[in-house]
Design a protein around this ligand. Sequence first.
Ligand code: ADP
Ligand code: MG
Length: 710
Amino acid sequence: MKTAAADAPAPQSQPALSLPVSALGAVSKTILAQLERLGIFTVRDLVRHYPTRYDDLTSVTRIADLGSAPDGEVNVSGVITQFRHVRLRGRIRSKSTALVEDGSGQLQAIWFGRPYLGGQLAAGMRVFVRGRVERTLSGPVMTVSVHRTMPRDGAFEGELVPVYPLTAGLPNRTLRRLIAKALALVLRDDASAGELDPLPASVSARRRFRESRFALRAIHAPSSEAQADEARRRLIFEEFFLLAASTALRRAALQAETAPDFRSVATAEARAQVLQTFERLLPFTLTGAQRRAVDDLYGDMTRTSPMNRLLQGDVGSGKTAVAAAAMLLASHAQCQSAFMAPTEVLAMQQFQKLSALLSAAGLRIALLVGGLARSTRLDIIDRLRHGDLDAVVGTHALITADVAFANLGLVIIDEQHRFGVLQRAALRAKAHGHTPHTLVMTATPIPRTLAQSVYADLDVSIIDELPPGRRPVKTFVRPEQKKDQIFSFVREQVAKGRQAYVVCPAIEESERAIHSAQEQAKRLRAEAFAGLRVALLHGQMTGNEKDEVMRLFADGFIQVLISTTVIEVGMDVPNATVMVVLDAHVFGLAQLHQLRGRVGRGEAQSYCILVSSGEDRRRLDVLAKTNDGFEVAEADLRLRGAGDVGGIRQHGGDDFKLAHLLRDFAVFVEAKKAALAVVAADPGLRAPEHRGLATYLADIDRFSAIRASS
Ligand code: ADP
Ligand code: MG
């Protein structure tokens, strides 16, 4: 006979997987903070922090044969015949020297900055050492990167030592120790057993993957490269599977929500009429691509489930006009719109454009940014709440607690990669009784072939056509030595009344041999740009300082702006015609394309000059050859991999660690198919087979809040 008690699940302890890292014990606050910088909060995150490569300690070279060893690091094992440890002043703090003898010869091994070695090594010990060897007059000298002490007569057992992605201050050996501890805990934890594997058994069986335990052990401590490869194959599939499953679930959840009531404009005639009204307001004719995008939006907005659409269009392709068309439709449906931009200056500029268009159609529209007088702010909030405003344009100020809407029906997010998932959700949450339509806009192109697959929970519209009459920016790649000529070209442009940007990769001087904005500002003011109005802009300035500088530049007062990449999205100044990027090789192609998009916004011919003497500057030629953001994105992706493709990071909730979207695209397609099938069959993920997947996704959600803000 069954009793109620037998039916109830056995009381379970919390699975080790979901424990915070601190539960491992003996982890200092400093280390916890460093781990958080790597996105590691839980034991699960630790075991999912995969090595990028392995140091091969499996083969040992005889000291006598070192002469013939190829360049790079080599392994030696032998007995220490002499050991010396000295403390030093300054940064290195200590130097340890050992003479190591292996029967074939003698080698001098050196360690710098390992103060604890004094108590660890001594003459007579057997050691394994790995490092780079230099031949000197007194014999071979090795700078040791890895060592192990060995039992007196035990033979050395080889191993592949994992090398992990690190963050400043956190050495690989610390991370290795923590991950090994986490892995051991998880592998022996019964409560974790059912949740360890995000792949349903049927999915991994079809692909003949070995079990999850194997993959995790083998990726962190493989006995051979082949074993690591096998593990990697499964884990790459997992990464894609998780991304596809989480986006499919989010999409399903959104489709189940209620859209604002747009019935009054739902007929084809009503929509056509609004569009006609809109086109009469415009000082230009919509391009074909803009019209298609508006069609997509109007279609979405008149359905019963909320719109969730991404509008992709290169800089200058005219996304604002498309957004305005959507806002007009919303107002005809008696709904309010909120337009959120990443900076005050950008919000102000968008407000000017939008209100010029929409006021003419009778819309009441206001600007809500941080810097407003208190009374103005309160007045705007009051009018929003009572429905006396039809639209509002603003910054983060829009999502503060006291902002409320009478009937929010449309949310537009400009330059979406600057906002986290949470900020978008916060704005959406200001509607009541329904979920507003959402449009996110981005100028960061994702190659056409990938966009639809990656943004599985978003519909995508692409504006792939620039308004007529635009002059493409002329782009040049120039070596360092040409800087004088480049700066005198900038002076010529300024003499013609134009403005210029000079972008540096760093804010302040450092050991890295790259240009810093502070140093350049000082130098250029004194030399090349003496007598010009030059300003400095970087991310360590306060919000107010930045806004002030950007406004002075937008007003045309500042002639040359020396800046870091903070200007990437913040600026729309048609009179700026020159973009100089110093140390251009430091940047990704897509980022350079964004920077280039700051010029070429007016009638005059614009120029982008990429200055670099870096070794890999050939790749910059892609930019000199094309102005098409999609081509640039395609090239960038080929060169750099997928982790950084705009938007994917925030989007999946979890980054790709091993997967490479282009290289592994076939795997991606397969994993997505499998994930969609699982979600379609069991949308609540209630089947026991889906427990691992369900808890994995829940953990991602639980920690995405912290991740998004860090
Ligand atoms: P982005 O896509 O970068 O946000 P904007 O919406 O700011 O581009 O538009 C860039 C410029 O192009 C604006 O000055 C805008 O008025 C103009 N523009 C937009 N659409 C057209 C069009 N169809 N024909 C001519 N000019 C246009
Ligand atoms: Mg724009």
